[in-house]
Every structure is written in structure tokens, then in C-alpha cells.
Design a protein. Sequence first.
Length: 226
Amino acid sequence: MLYLFDCDGVLVDSEIISAEVGAELFTELGVPMTAEDIVHRYAGLTLRKVVELIENESGRKLPEDLLDRHRGILEERLARDLKAVAGLDEILHRLDGERCVCSNSSSGRMRLSLGKANLYDVFAPHIFSAIEVGDRQPKPSPNVFRYAAEQFGAPPRECIVIEDSLFGVAAAREAGMRVIGFTGGAHTWPGHADMLTEAGAETVIKRFADLPRVAEALIEWDGMPE
């Protein structure tokens, strides 16, 4: 069995920090937005894609340096405030199989965030950035999941993806993998679990303590109809 963990919002509680930074910058630029707005609508997408969507929706062109500004502020706050999602350390040694990280974040960003949470060495070298491997297409493309499975020689139906975003769930399903939705991050919201299920997650957990048992049961189950 191969476990493929999303990074932001699953391994590290970075989604809420990123959303807060984005909300501050977008509001400052005349596109009022809350962190909750960003989490509900855009969690799991690259910032470049989020900016593109907001420009299309607002009819406004945002400054070209926005990505760099967001990156600088975010990296400062991640270095100061970031933590691993609660309960992760206790279950990693109980997982029966290989594990890796599959994220839309860059390898540099994951080195920062996973390093701050003392998780980088736990997963290295199997830390894959969707925008740097395969065809370089981010989720909702299945690119990063397929690439990771190929590195381990793992058949898709023996892969368990743990995802907190609708786009990540969709990518994993397209890759033919089993998907567990995760709502244990600080950014979760009412209805989050239902949305992950509707997107294709076969089950949803809120606590990492449930992951080993649920994953084993999921592999033995034939799964949801296509």
C-alpha cells in the first residue's frame, strides 16, 4: 500500500495562514475577501490560478508583483507560526506501507513548511511538487499522483490518497486511486466533509488516529461505482 499525502492542510496547517495572507492582500487591492472565502472557494489551487480566477470574476487586473508579495509575506508567517496538523506523529509509524507527499506547492515551499513542522526528513526524498514533475500540471490534474505511483511501482488501486481539497480529491479519482477526505486542519468549515464526499472521496476522517484502520478497510473494499 502506498500513502500519498497532500501537504498544505493535511500534513501542515498552512492553508489557513495562506488564506489569511491572501485575504489581506486582495482586500488591500480593492477586491474585498475573507480568509474563509479563499478557503471555501480556492483551497488546493496554486496561487497563480487563484489570481487568474479572481481577475476573471472581478474584471480587474491585479498587480504583476502580487505573487512575489504574497510569497514573501507567507514565507515569513510560515517560518514563525506553522505547525504540523495534530495527531500526525502518533500514526506515521503505524502505517503499513510506503508514503510520500504530493502537493501543488513548489519543492522550495514544501522544504520550508515541512521542515518547520519537523516532517521533511520523515518523507524525503519522496516529496513531489505537481508543478515540477511529470507534465508539470497542478491538481486537479492527476499528474503528481500518477508520477508518485510510478516512482514506487504502485498500482493505482493500491494507493491511498489523503486530501483536504475538492481539487485534490478530483485529481486522485482521475488517477484511479482510493481517496480519504481529511477535515482535521485548522481551515476546515461546516459542510467540508460533505463537499469532499461529493467530489469523490470514499470516506472522510477528522482525526489521523483513524487513518490506519480506515485505509486498511478501504483497500479491502471494492469501492464506489465509477
